[in-house]
Design a protein around this ligand. Sequence first.
Ligand code: BTN
Length: 249
Amino acid sequence: MPEMNLIVLTSVDSTNNYLQQLVNQELAAEGTVVLALEQLKGRGQRGKVWESHPGLGLYCSVLFQPPSWHVEKQFVLNKAVAVGVALYLESRTAADIRIKWPNDLMADGKKIAGVLIENNVRGSFLSSVIAGIGINLNQQVMSDQYETRATSLFLLNRLQYDAETEVQELFRFLWQVYRQLISGEKEWVEAQYMHRLYKQGTRAAFTKEDEVFFGVLESVNDNGQALITTDGITQPYSHPVVRYYASGY
Ligand code: BTN
């Protein structure tokens, strides 16, 4: 296991951007973690802003360089990161932790963490993977910016958390899962992901091109597509063309 090489920044635009610049200059090795106490342009999925105020959340980016990892297998890494964050959260709270496809983390049905993965590709292989992770730590009120209702560890446990301490624990879980994956335990990672898949096997509302439809999420394939059954037919759907309907909770 590589040592965590932790870089702590008081303020940055986005930890993903910062780590990408280090990668471009070949200044970052696997296991590098960039933690920022605040982000001025924190990025969420689908171009959204990830609010990143000092003292409220954990904002970090982690560098993985899986050996000879074909791009076709890239989503398995997303699954591994989501599972690592889930294990960390489970070590911190008794709330029911679920992974909402593709890789949002939910605690008792409310979003508590998000993951923004950015891959660098060389030929048909991943040269590096930047996993940006935002965890709600100390928020006492949640702003309405997220399309889902959200929560924080403070709201669950009435305790304050220090991002610099928490990132060490988070890294430990992430690396435990990652190590299993690259040592050939893909099935274990898949099983951990499936076991926590939010609303798996239950009827839920999804949107596709502004239309709402109901279906049952059966599983998530290696390409990251959700297998959803509607009217007895199961089909693969890609995110974000298809996603959970915001008010369908
Ligand atoms: C989501 O929309 O759910 C993903 C949010 C990811 C936020 C994290 S915070 C650290 C890293 N840097 C960013 O700019 N975004 C990610």
